[in-house]
Design a protein around this ligand. Structure first.
Ligand code: CA
Length: 233
């Protein structure tokens, strides 16, 4: 996949970070646009065709969460990678509920940012609109709506915690790939928190109970022995 010419909207108010990011992203081949506050960021995001938005949380005029929520309300489905402050784990949950695609905690390594950006840009955009993120996904009898965080079996809504939803979403986004427990921990629980790998197993058990016809012989969330899990839905 080529990232050449992909349009990035950077909504960030820290001048130094703006300069560093802009320089680096441009040298990678991205076309970078910048907004220094939440109001301007939202206006630009709603009016322009961007492939990805890098959205800071703490912004003048309007914070990143409000910007994201209002963009999604306007059906602007451009992928959003949020830049959150260290230790604000709850922010990630809020962000996921509002429809962010990924998170990075400041301070972050440039290479990590570039890798996450590429991962988001590689995702299919089945709705047809350029830059639109996947709004829903179906597997087996289930349909999952990423924006409302709802999963249904026919007309029945499956009750799910925010964390179970995040885990399922991560599986879906990486379907067919064997995912180690460490990777799952880092991406779903975040680098700051320290849950044990057993936490993952517990959540997988819960997901299987909700999604699998026979949780003992799962068809969707498969165990990769001695390693982790793989989503086959
Ligand atoms: Ca800021």
């Amino acid at each position: 996949m080529s990232i050449k010419g992909k349009r990035i909207l950077l909504v960030e108010d820290e001048g130094g970070l703006v300069r560093t990011l802009t320089d680096r992203l441009q040298s990678e081949g991205y076309v970078v646009f910048h907004a220094g506050d939440g109001d301007k960021g939202e206006l630009m995001a709603a009016g322009g065709k961007f492939d990805l938005i890098l959205l800071d949380v703490m912004l003048p005029k309007k914070n990143g969460f409000d910007v994201l929520r209002d963009l999604r309300k306007q059906d602007v489905l451009t992928p959003v990678l949020m830049l959150t402050a260290r230790g604000q784990v709850n922010e990630k949950v809020v962000g996921f509920k509002l429809g962010a695609d990924d998170y990075l905690t400041k301070p972050f390594e440039m290479l990590e940012l570039l890798a996450r950006m590429e991962a988001i840009l590689k995702r299919p955009t089945p709705s047809g609109a350029p830059g639109a993120t996947t709004a829903s996904y179906s597997f087996g009898p289930f349909t999952i709506d990423f924006r409302t965080m709802e999963i249904r079996n026919g007309n029945t809504v499956i009750e799910m915690s925010a964390r179970e939803f995040q885990l399922l979403r991560f599986f879906i986004e990486h379907r067919g790939t064997a995912l180690s427990r460490e990777v799952i921990l880092n991406n779903v629980w975040g680098y700051e928190s320290m849950p044990t790998t057993r936490t993952i197993d517990t959540h997988v058990t819960w997901l299987r109970q909700k999604l699998e016809e026979n949780p003992k012989f799962p068809k969707f969330i498969l165990t990769v022995h001695g390693f982790g899990y793989k989503f086959a839905g």
